[in-house]
Design a protein around this ligand. Structure first.
Ligand SMILES: NC(=O)c1ccc[n+]([C@@H]2O[C@H](COP(=O)([O-])OP(=O)(O)OC[C@H]3O[C@@H](n4cnc5c(N)ncnc54)[C@H](O)[C@@H]3O)[C@@H](O)[C@H]2O)c1
Length: 310
């Protein structure tokens, strides 16, 4: 049995708590949130332990697995602490805020053989798996991705790395996965599309991004922090004489629901896959996707095309 602790207890942290309970090999023994009132409330709800001080939890040798679901600007602190205690880590995307610190951290995770998973759960979402299967023997030319959320909170966007690192990362990763390739250049248009509130805080609310991949596939992305009908995401893959759209594979009833409802299964499967394979998952993919986010941001700020060299 793998004893586990979830750090950060908002919607995504609670989803992980419930999944740890569902997975037979794991047991939710601890939760932690820097808001200790919330920590106490959730520990009662799940009949597990908590502490006001994370160091006390860290000292507990019985805990093997930690899920980091606190804001992205806190990930670096937790990842480093957990590495030094040789823990198994499931880290919500992205790994950390600052790209310059990413490579040394990834090297450390590898050299210390830490079992680490980046939460790229959308790779486990049924609609996208169906598309991936259908294109296995087909030549695709274009990928079109839309991700628009309903009434997103700007401060939360900033805490989580901004539009590209928070929202874009899933979809840049999916495009790499679907194209079976890596980007060679990227261009973003974001300033003219974004709301003043976001721009004043060095973030973007809306963006259009185009990536050309090494195998010449082109991917277009449309991101937005506001969408009246609800949370909308869809992927269309085009080739000569065919197109496949993920819309037909999403449940109509939950089509505009939040991620924790419409993609609920994918979080469970991503975590279960990590537990079952018992090795590093998506470390390289998560790190590559973060490099793409950074390039998308640079392009959005400068208005210039950015070349990538994977
Ligand atoms: N995979 C996905 O689809 C998905 C979806 C949503 C969020 N996320 C990721 O999950 C993480 C959390 O995002 P969020 O939007 O829920 O964040 P949030 O800002 O809502 O905070 C989450 C929780 O963490 C707590 N917290 C804040 N600082 C903390 C600290 N230093 N230590 C411990 N707890 C702390 C907060 O009190 C809150 O309860 C981010 O990295 C985000 O990118 C992933």
């Amino acid at each position: 049995m793998i004893n586990a602790c979830v750090i950060g207890l908002s919607t995504i942290g609670l989803l992980h708590c419930r999944n740890l309970i569902k997975i037979k090999k794991t047991r939710l023994t601890h939760v932690f949130d820097y808001n200790s009132k919330l920590g106490n409330k959730i520990s009662k709800k799940f009949k597990c332990k908590t502490s006001n001080n994370f160091k006390n939890i860290l000292k507990d040798k019985s805990i093997k697995l930690f899920i980091i679901a606190s804001p992205t600007n806190t990930h670096e602190y937790y990842v480093k602490k957990l590495i030094s205690h040789n823990k198994m880590i499931y880290c919500e995307k992205p790994i950390l805020m600052n790209l310059n610190k990413l490579k040394p951290l990834v090297r450390k995770i590898k050299s210390q053989r830490i079992k680490f998973c980046v939460g790229l759960n959308r790779r486990f979402a049924k609609p996208y798996i169906k598309i991936k299967k259908q294109i296995q023997k087909r030549k695709i030319s274009t990928i079109r991705i839309i991700s628009r959320s309903a009434n997103h909170n700007m401060k939360q966007s900033i805490r989580n790395g901004g539009l590209f690192m928070d929202k874009g990362i899933h979809f840049f990763d999916l495009a790499c996965w679907l194209s079976s390739s890596k980007p060679k250049k990227i261009i973003s248009i974001a300033k003219p599309l974004s709301s003043i509130e976001y721009l004043k805080n060095n973030d973007f609310s809306d963006a259009f991004v185009v990536i050309k991949f090494n195998n010449n596939i082109v991917a277009e992305f449309m991101y937005s922090r506001a969408n009246k009908p609800g949370n909308h995401e869809s992927i269309e893959v085009l080739g000569k004489n065919f197109s496949i759209n993920s819309d037909k594979y999403f449940n109509k009833k939950t089509y505009f629901s939040n991620f924790n409802i419409k993609l609920k299964d994918s979080y469970y499967k991503c975590l279960k896959n990590f537990i079952d394979t018992n090795r590093e998952n998506f470390l390289l993919e998560g790190s590559n996707a973060q490099i793409i986010c950074d390039a998308a941001l640079k392009s959005a700020k400068t208005g210039k095309e950015i070349k990538l060299n994977f």
